[in-house]
Structure formats: C-alpha cells, structure tokens
Design a binder for this molecule. Structure first.
Ligand code: BEZ
Length: 258
C-alpha cells in the first residue's frame, strides 16, 4: 500500500524519490564544496527526503535537517530514523548562533522572500560559520517555462503567469542580498547544467512534479492539452539522443558570517 501523503502539501515524496533522485545526486558536488569536518554542527535547509543529510553524516558531523513539506519530512524520518528532521519554514527559523554551516541544495529558488531566508540563515550560524548553497539561477529552465507561459497566453490564461513559483536571481543580485545581510561572499558561480530527465515522459513528469502550482485552478483536461503542446513544441530543442534534457542553470554561493 502507498504511504499516506498530507493532502495540503503539494510535494509527493514517493514520486520525488522514484523519479527525481537526480536532485540529491547532483547535490554531491555541493557536499564537496561544503567540505564538512568531523564534529561540525550542520543545518541542511530544505533537506527533502534526507539523502544528502545522510551523506553528510559520513563526515562524522552532527546534522539537523529541516524542510517545509510534512510529506518530505515524514519520508526522511522513515528512511533515516537516526537523523533529527523537522518541518520548518526557511523564512521563519528560530536558531541563534548554533551552526558551523548551513547547507542548502535545490531549495532557495522556491523562496520568494530571499532576504527573510538569508536573515534566518545568518542568525542560525555561529560567528565564522559558512552558508553553502546551490539553486536555480537566472535563466533556469527558461525554455520550458517560456513555452508553458506561451501556451497559457494562447488560451487567454494570463493570470497563470502570476503563479510562476520560482525565484531565479543572477549571482550579482543574490551576492548583493547576501552582503546586505552581513555575509562576506567568498564564492559565487552561475553555470549551465543541462539535466537529463528520465524516460519518454521525463518532461511531463518534471512539469507535473515541479510546476504544479502554475496549473492551480486549471482543469485536468486543459492541463493535459497544455503539457502535450509543450512536449510537441520543445521536442526539437530539448529532446536530445532519445532523452529529454532540461536547461538548468544553477548558482552556487558560499558566504561567511564574519
Ligand atoms: C532546480 O533544481 O533548479 C529546480 C528543480 C525543480 C524545479 C525548479 C528548479
């Protein structure tokens, strides 16, 4: 029997683990950038179903995982009962001077109040602590989102554009916000990271998993028509050697609380 999922939570943790494991796998690079040290206390902000938190444990650090999704946290606790996971909002953390590092993979593009999150992260860190993050940067998945918006516009559904769920800053913009918060930015990078999506239905699965909020209030039938048209129009651009490849662009940053 499938696991119970909280219904007011748009994240499906089972589907995330089965079809989108690549997100944690790409996070391995960020773990290297974090370079966790034995004995450090580390906050994994937006830990999802806990795979990277579990990987961090191998460095013999103490790891706390938080995520806004109850479904993700429930699954993380079941998979890794030895780790301290809890449901928390990145813009409303109450930690004060507690962590040697705050680590965040593939999460901050969901937070439309970046300064509120940065303030929480800053206050969570000890003096000298570091913030190491990767998330969608300016232009991320733009080929896909432009086409979805074009389809909404062609049906006169202009209000859907306001439901665009992501924040994709440039490194200039995000570094400036980090500095305003008090961080010294020691590293900032904006890279192309073409990302293969699994199987014939890879693009459709991606849109259904991550773009769900854009389709709020849209009937199932209309959603089906739009996604099918998006697939048809993007095939020549994003279907490469028998596989969908999403046009991810990522930013990676390190900031130090001095
Ligand atoms: C990203 O990792 O860049 C991403 C993942 C899902 C939705 C949007 C962006």
């Amino acid at each position: 029997m499938g696991k119970m999922q909280a219904t007011n939570d748009h994240w499906n943790a089972n589907l995330y683990d089965i079809k989108h494991a690549f997100i944690s796998q790409y996070g391995n690079h960020l773990v290297e950038l974090l370079a966790p040290q034995k004995g450090e206390r580390i906050l994994d902000l937006g830990c999802g179903t806990g795979d990277l938190a579990n990987k961090l444990l191998k460095s013999e650090c103490e790891i706390i995982g938080v995520d806004q999704s109850p479904n993700m946290i429930q699954q993380a606790k079941e998979k890794y009962p030895h780790i301290d996971f809890s449901v928390q909002d990145a813009t409303n953390l109450s930690y004060q001077n507690e962590f040697d590092a705050v680590f965040s993979n593939a999460v901050l593009h969901w937070i439309k109040e970046p300064s509120a999150a940065l303030h929480c992260i800053f206050h969570s860190l000890k003096q000298g602590g570091r913030f190491v993050a990767e998330f969608g940067g300016k232009g991320n998945v733009q080929t896909i989102t432009n086409e979805i918006m074009r389809q909404f516009a062609s049906l006169g559904m202009t209000e859907q554009a306001e439901k665009f769920p992501w924040y994709y800053p440039s490194i200039g913009e995000y570094s400036a916000l980090m500095e305003e918060t008090g961080f010294r930015v020691t590293f900032a990078q904006h890279i192309d990271r073409p990302t293969p999506l699994d199987g014939e239905n890879g693009l459709r699965n991606w849109i259904e998993m991550f773009g769900g909020t854009m389709f709020e209030g849209v009937t199932k039938e209309t959603r089906e028509i739009i996604i099918t048209k998006v697939e048809q129009h993007l095939k020549e651009h994003l279907y490469i050697d028998g596989q969908w490849v999403a046009d991810y662009k990522r930013i990676r940053v390190i900031g130090v609380k001095e």
